[in-house]
Design a protein around this ligand. Structure first.
Ligand SMILES: [Zn+2]
Length: 189
């Protein structure tokens, strides 16, 4: 049951090009435990042994096998009521994160689903597992945030909810980018 939820979201993220072959990570919270995807796996074809269970606060023998972003996932569970997290690299959202400090979805549907999306980590080194506290703090007020030039972190009660926030953001960013390219063309004429 848990595996099939991970597989569905992992496969869809991969098929939609929201992660590259070996990037992105997913987790859910079960009490004081976290089930998170394994370090370096392919999100598009998850198997049982690709799910790692470890502590939200405590390390154990499984901890070194967990995703490189474990520190961020742990901070989010420690500081918010989230029960699921999706981290992806949606290309249009990443492109906009390099030019904006906040992404405002176009259209009422996007806005009501995800609200305004802050871009975090400007002028800071963004590396896997970094910005953990900054991301967790922002997710107290938002359902999804962007790490500058890197990717999205979305939360929900279910993986599917966090996934929905991720695809909603990317769909909106794609339209914003298309609109920008049309305006550039118009300006040239
Ligand atoms: Zn990443």
């Amino acid at each position: 049951m848990i595996l099939s939820q991970f597989q569905t979201v992992g496969r869809d993220l991969s098929t939609r090009g929201l992660v590259s072959s070996h990037s992105g990570n997913l987790s859910i919270r079960l009490g004081d435990r976290i089930i998170i995807t394994r370090r370096g796996i392919m999100l598009g074809c998850l198997q049982e042994h690709d799910l790692i269970e470890t502590g939200i606060s405590k390390n154990d023998r499984s901890t070194p096998l967990a995703s490189m972003e474990l520190a961020v996932h742990r901070a989010i569970y420690q500081q918010t009521p989230a029960l699921a997290i999706v981290h992806a690299h949606p290309p249009h959202a990443v492109a906009l994160s390099l030019t904006k400090t906040e992404i405002v979805p176009n259209g009422a549907e996007g806005l009501s689903t995800i609200g305004q999306v802050p871009v975090l980590g400007w002028h800071m080194e963004v590396r896997p597992g970094g910005l953990a506290d900054i991301i967790a703090q922002a997710l107290k007020e938002h359902r999804i945030v962007m790490a500058h030039g890197h990717g999205s972190f979305a939360i929900g009660q279910l993986l599917e909810e966090a996934y929905n926030c991720t695809t909603t953001l990317e769909a909106s960013c794609q339209v914003i980018c298309l609109l920008k390219s049309l305006q550039v063309d118009k300006a040239k004429k």
